[in-house]
Write a protein that binds this ligand. Sequence first.
Ligand code: NAD
Ligand code: UFG
Length: 429
Amino acid sequence: MTVPSRPHDQETILVTGGAGFIGSHTVVELLSLGKHLVIVDNLCNSSEEALHRAKILANNNGSLVFHKADILDAIALERVFEQHKFSACIHFAGLKAVGESAQIPLGYYQTNVTGTLNVIQLLQKYNCRNFIFSSSATVYGLPTSEAPIKEDASIGALNPYGRTKQYIEEILQDIAVSEPNLWNIILLRYFNPVGAHQSGIIGEDPNGIPNNLMPFVAQVAIGRRPVISVFGDDYDTKDGTGVRDYIHIVDLAKGHVAALNKIQSTVAANSALGCVPYNLGSGVGYSVMDMIHTMSKSVGRALPYKAVARRVGDVGSVIADPSLSERELGWKAEKTLQDMCDDLWRWQTQNPDGYITTSGTSTPTTPTPASHSSIVTLPTTLLPIVTSVPKATLKPIALDTEADSPAAFAMALSPSSSPAPGPNADIAF
Ligand code: NAD
Ligand code: UFG
């Protein structure tokens, strides 16, 4: 098959894991700026539908080529490099469930560490040394104080998932040192990304029982689960519940644009960054109860919750000091906690069962290690979207252009769209 690649004088960005939660929101921001993207994802925790929707949300700006491939499949990955010349790579692909990482640490080290090595080796071979890595606040481990965490705080992840991030960071530091003045590596340490695109058209679509607080709260709100379990009410925090630095997913996505700009301006100045970490957080902490109360406002009714024992390995308070990102990347989180909850609720009500494929079934989520990449050039036509919106209390927000508005999106529904199961379907405890 002929692959529609960009001419070599136009910059093309490799986005691994671009169909996932953070990846798809970042893809919208990049496409909106007219960027040319090549996405590699094996869809083990995501749906290609997210990419179709991202393209629509970006009003068909930029270009997007999707390769369904596993980053562990070095041959398939190299084929992608043979077909495109990359100016930079944003590397989201990886496994991210803390609990699962303790059960299958080998799988986590293999996908996260070996997978990243595969990507980095090919970047080096094909002479692209501009790299943005999805790291995590989890690398900080147990905070030594309640003060907001700066990038130079001590590192010491507490679980296998966190250690994959920590080890990758160290590997990337070594690589930058090994070729002085050549690499531009930015380690983005995310705090707690939540919410969804303000259109409600893309969002987080977790498999099974959500591990994280806000997707769980959203599923309680929609009626898929009965009650929120609050893990611990005796932390040394304002109301005894855990405090985190929640960041709107669109703010986080924009952090990647800022990082890319930083790399581009560094390259233009004939300089190199080496390997630098930046926190992406808001600098503000909210408790579990703050989150439940704010989400209750979005939903229009009090959400049920009960206090249960602390979760093993949890800490009381984790808050970013994002000042370095503001100073050096020119980036700052802008959206409010109410925005995060309103947008999450809009996504949840418009997509009660997450992404729906063209066959009308829920998103396929079975891991599919690919032996060869399959190349898909995304069409610009719209795919079916669920329109049976239960209990929606939020009006769709107006976007800038008619073409990419949620209303236009819904109007383009295929007649074969299958309605989603009701809000109480698919309960798994
Ligand atoms: P996600 O699971 O939604 O996205 C990850 C994507 O990578 C998915 O589309 C998945 O299909 C793909 N993928 C996984 N293994 C792959 C493989 N072997 N080959 C190709 N593709 C593969 O997760 P996310 O929340 O979007 O997270 C993106 C990155 O950010 C991850 O590296 C994660 O560890 C990191 N991170 C996430 C959070 C968070 O709270 N969401 C916090 C800190 C860091
Ligand atoms: N919590 C509950 N009930 C739940 C889930 C969570 O009370 O059902 C509480 C937790 O105890 C914590 C807060 O909600 O106080 C946030 O928990 P999350 O699981 O949503 O987030 P964590 O901060 O524990 O961890 C997340 C990711 C990690 C990542 C980290 C970065 O899961 O992978 O953010 O800060 F490293």
